[in-house]
Ligand binder design. Structure first.
Ligand SMILES: O=C(O)CCC(=O)C(=O)O
Length: 508
């Protein structure tokens, strides 16, 4: 979470398009207040570290301000505390955790207790959980999660004429509540987007791909592979809605009709927008499966020997600007490719031996905790990347481009525009042994994903490979052992010779 200090020490402005800028590093209570700046001062501010709000950003629904503003408003009392009574000693997170145990009726009642409870009880993520947990995908988002819930439960009442949750509360200070509004309304800073250090290739042979990227397990961005995909020409919102607007797709924990999802994504303004990520899209709508083909580099697909028992392996991904995937490693130690059909995505990738800052995997690798949202990760950690010894690989993958994500690499992705993509995870000979090792781990039942029978997947897969490609595992094992022995020899030789002068190196 952003600390009070970090909120105060940075500047927050409206998007550049607005000639009037906000100077608020002294008092960010003034976020919505705009003031003219003299030219020189304006220029200085352009160079200063700061954040831009989206031009369409509304002010905070309830007027919540960051806690630091309290200290800059002498005489004001934090109505957060006065209205919470004895609960004021709890952190905001804890108060919300407790409120998360209530149903909608009790939340509604609590909102009438005090101004403070009004703000807490209207916290949108509480209502989002009530909708997602309680309505089983049967809802039409209508601008806020609270009104979505109420409208879905009371279809005969016209709530558009009733003020449901838009009252402003004076002197309510909370970093926690403020930062979730801030993250939902921030523009990506240009310097978060400009670094592009991935290797780009067009028209390379499969052998080149294997030798230079798949074998050494390095990312690459491939251009021109989607030129012949019907999807590249046809897929856009109108086409998809016509084709399958009434088909339910997996969106977070629920299924939503595609048309309803698009209506949600038109209006959404939240820190972690729901993301459509469906592994069964081609079974649900076979035309979708027929309008793209696997690029030549990724055609070896050894999990296919498992037939219907193979783990999930392909997904259609649709999301608005700001949606995306926070840091993770792909399932079952597979590699992946991700093709952007519409829109664009910012990628940040770290090699397997570098855990990204702010990410806390459990020792057994079963849990990955990245407590911050994508935008908060950029705000809190990205700036320091200039000084990191091992810099991440970064790029913007645009429509028509494919990124190769090697197994074990950490990656974070954020959509810069409304985007449509296809991704597939795969096992080839280059990572077969590594996948088998992964499936054999003692905690496979927690680690393996995308299939029901997690424990037996190793044996089933190994047997099916032996049956379809006899001798392959043995051959690959021998090769790997030879390679390891070779590397040992080289490193011993390196340790006793000076490669620059070709002579022996002695150290005493
Ligand atoms: O959001 C995206 O497109 C990235 C998806 C991703 O990271 C994955 O499938 O592992």
């Amino acid at each position: 979470m952003l600390s009070c200090r970090s909120l105060l020490s940075r500047t927050i402005r409206r998007k550049k398009k607005d000639p009037k800028r906000i100077k608020s590093n002294k008092n960010i209570k003034n976020v919505p207040r705009e003031q003219e700046l003299p030219n020189q001062q304006q220029e200085d501010e352009d160079n200063e570290e700061g954040f831009n709000l989206k031009s369409s950003a509304p002010s905070h629904t309830h007027g919540v301000q960051p806690l630091g503003n309290l200290y800059l408003n002498p005489g004001s009392v934090n109505s957060r505390n006065t209205g919470l009574g004895n609960l004021q000693t709890l952190t905001d997170e804890l108060v919300l955790e407790i409120l998360g145990l209530l149903d909608a009726t009790h939340l509604g009642v609590l909102a009438c207790v005090s101004k403070s409870f009004y703000v807490f009880s209207n916290h949108e993520p509480l209502w989002r959980n009530l909708v997602l947990d309680g309505l089983n995908g049967r809802f039409l988002y209508d601008g806020s999660w609270k009104s979505t819930y109420i409208t879905a439960c009371n279809p005969l009442i016209d709530f558009s004429r009733v003020l449901v949750s838009g009252l402003k509360v004076r002197d309510f200070y909370s970093d926690y509540l403020f930062q979730s509004w801030l993250c939902a309304n921030l523009e990506m800073r240009p310097e978060w987007l400009e670094r592009d250090n991935i290797v780009r290739k067009r028209g390379i042979s499969v052998e080149e791909f294997v030798m230079n990227f798949e074998e050494p397990n390095k990312p690459v961005l491939l251009e021109g592979c989607l030129d012949n995909w019907p999807a590249s020409k046809k897929w856009n919102r109108d086409y998809l809605v016509k084709l399958c607007g009434d088909v339910p797709f997996a969106v977070g924990p629920v299924e939503m009709k595609l048309e309803d999802y698009f209506k949600y994504s038109d209006q959404v303004r939240e820190e972690r927008p729901l993301y459509l990520f469906d592994p069964k899209f081609a079974e649900k709508v076979p035309v979708l499966g027929s309008e793209y083909e696997v690029p030549v580099y990724f055609r070896e697909d050894l999990f296919s020997v498992l037939g219907k028992e193979r783990p999930d392996y392909r997904w259609i991904i649709i999301g608005p600007a700001g949606s995306g995937s926070s840091f993770h490693i792909d399932p079952n130690s597979t590699s992946a490719w991700n093709a952007v059909i519409k829109g664009s995505k910012k990628w940040v990738l770290f090699p397997p031996d570098v855990v990204p800052p702010g990410v806390h995997p459990s020792p057994d690798g079963a849990e990955v905790a990245c407590p911050v949202s994508i935008i908060e990760w950029f705000m809190n950690f990205y700036g320091a990347s200039k000084n990191w010894k091992k810099r991440p690989i970064e790029c913007i993958c645009k429509a028509g481009e494919v990124i190769f994500v090697p197994n074990g690499w950490w990656h974070l992705v954020i959509n810069l525009e409304d985007s449509i993509a296809i991704t597939q995870n795969y096992v080839s000979r280059r990572n077969l042994l590594n996948v088998l090792d992964f499936l054999k781990k003692p905690n496979a039942s927690e680690l393996v994903s995308g299939t029901k029978d997690r424990i037996n997947l190793h044996d089933k897969f190994k047997n099916a490979i032996e049956a379809s490609f006899p001798g392959t595992i043995e051959e690959l094992t021998l090769k790997a052992e030879e390679k390891q022995a070779q590397q040992k020899k080289v490193s011993f030789w390196d340790s006793v010779t000076d490669s620059k002068v070709g002579g022996f190196k002695f150290s005493f």
